[in-house]
Design a protein around this ligand. Structure first.
Ligand code: GDP
Ligand code: MG
Ligand code: ZN
Length: 369
């Protein structure tokens, strides 16, 4: 059985629509809105796959005004479209509630969230085994972000055909990702592709996360089996003539399932990743609960269960250092968020007191009441 991989002719089910979306969409269907899924966004302009084609739509400006940047449609979102006669393009009227959202701190802002992908069940965290090999620090950070999204992470180690020390690298990856499956893969020999394929089936949306050049798009091409069809329309060539992914995009997998390829992401700053850290470091998280002090930083406090475990050789010091670095980053973000919230409160208090003064000036005592 082969599902169409052409997004132009995809059904909603091909796109990942389930009973959940059906139920959420019911009130919009009554209003005559059309359902669709955001397949890509180019400079704020979304493309939406619907049952009657793949169309460019207008962003939901009215949503932005009333609900702020959190209401911007991202790749993977299910949306309700309207097409008033006065408009060239359909308009996003509503975004269905998300089951998961992959976010980071907006690289351009001090304290803003940037949602990148919505409604994925699986995040493939991709690293290359070739060259210098896997980057454990980066892997840990990617796992925190993947867990935080609400999706299930799976580690994929690529380029096994040109790698050395595969077993050693696999052990490093496994030690850095407790409770997470690790797949060793090669797009050249086909090793591990069946394990990736096994995760993908109808109703499942997966996203690829990983640095530039680790082999994400190549993996997608192998899964789809037809390079041009998979990515030809949305890939561009860089100055060396290589294909590069320029936008996050939805690709349909033959046999069912949807995968979202992403351009290599450089800035992966954490955003509200409290739960993500706990899930990515279940070993340290469990130990931390036994420290004498609630706010133990696991550096020099007496009665620190984490340091005791490191000293006993149960947890590598390197892993504790990663944990501390990520915690510190999150705590710094939280502090900045608090400061911003405080400043906003002050400002609105000032505005209010100014307004009150104005009121009393315009309404002298005797005229009030
Ligand atoms: N030897 C080998 N090369 C690969 C493999 N997967 C990808 N590559 C190569 O790695 C380079 C980057 O791959 P690409 O898929 O564009 O990486 P992306 O930036 O993560 O999408 C390309 O030259 C690919 O041909 C693999 O499994 N084995
Ligand atoms: Mg790519
Ligand atoms: Zn401690």
């Amino acid at each position: 059985m082969t599902e169409p991989t052409d997004i132009q002719h995809a059904t909603l089910v091909d796109l990942g629509w389930t009973e959940r979306e059906q139920a959420l969409f019911a009130p919009f269907a009554e209003e005559g809105f059309i359902p669709g899924r955001v397949s890509r966004v180019d400079r704020g302009m979304p493309m939406v796959a619907t049952e009657s084609g793949h169309v460019r739509v207008e962003p939901a400006t009215h949503l932005l005004k009333t609900q702020g940047t959190g209401s911007r449609a991202v790749v993977g979102d299910w949306v309700a479209l309207a097409h008033p006669e006065s408009h060239d393009m359909p308009i996003i009227e509503a975004i269905l509630p998300r089951t998961s959202a992959f976010s980071r701190k907006d690289p351009g802002e001090q304290t803003d969230q940037q949602v990148l992908i919505a409604n994925v069940q699986v995040v493939f965290v991709v690293q290359s085994l070739s060259g210098k090999g896997i980057n454990v620090r980066r892997l840990e950070r990617e796992l925190v972000l993947a867990w935080e999204s609400g999706a299930r992470p799976i580690v994929v180690l690529t380029k096994a055909d040109v790698a050395e020390d595969i077993d050693y690298q696999r052990t490093l990856a496994e030690d850095a990702s407790p409770g997470v499956d690790v797949i060793v893969e090669s797009a050249v020999t086909g090793l591990g592709l069946d394990e990736v394929q096994a995760v993908l089936h109808q109703g499942v949306t997966a996203a690829l996360l990983g640095g530039s050049g680790v082999g994400k798009s190549t993996l997608v091409n192998r899964l789809v089996g037809d390079e041009e069809q998979a990515t030809g329309a949305v890939r561009e060539r860089d100055n060396k003539g290589r294909h590069i992914t320029v936008a996050r995009e939805i690709v349909l997998i033959p046999g069912g399932g949807v995968i979202i390829d992403t351009p290599g992401m450089r800035g992966l700053a954490l955003w509200d990743a409290e739960d993500g850290i706990a899930s990515a470091f279940p070993d340290i998280d469990a130990l931390a609960a036994r420290c004498r002090f609630n706010d133990c930083t696991h550096e020099s406090e007496p009665g620190c269960a984490v340091m005791a475990a490191v000293e006993a050789g149960l947890v590598p010091l390197r892993r504790l250092e990663s944990y501390r670095t990520l915690r510190l980053e999150l705590d710094t973000l939280t502090r900045k968020q608090d400061q911003k919230a405080w400043a906003e409160k002050e400002r609105s208090a000032k505005v209010n007191s100014k307004a009150a003064k104005g009121f009393f000036k315009e309404h002298p005592k005797e005229k009030r009441r």
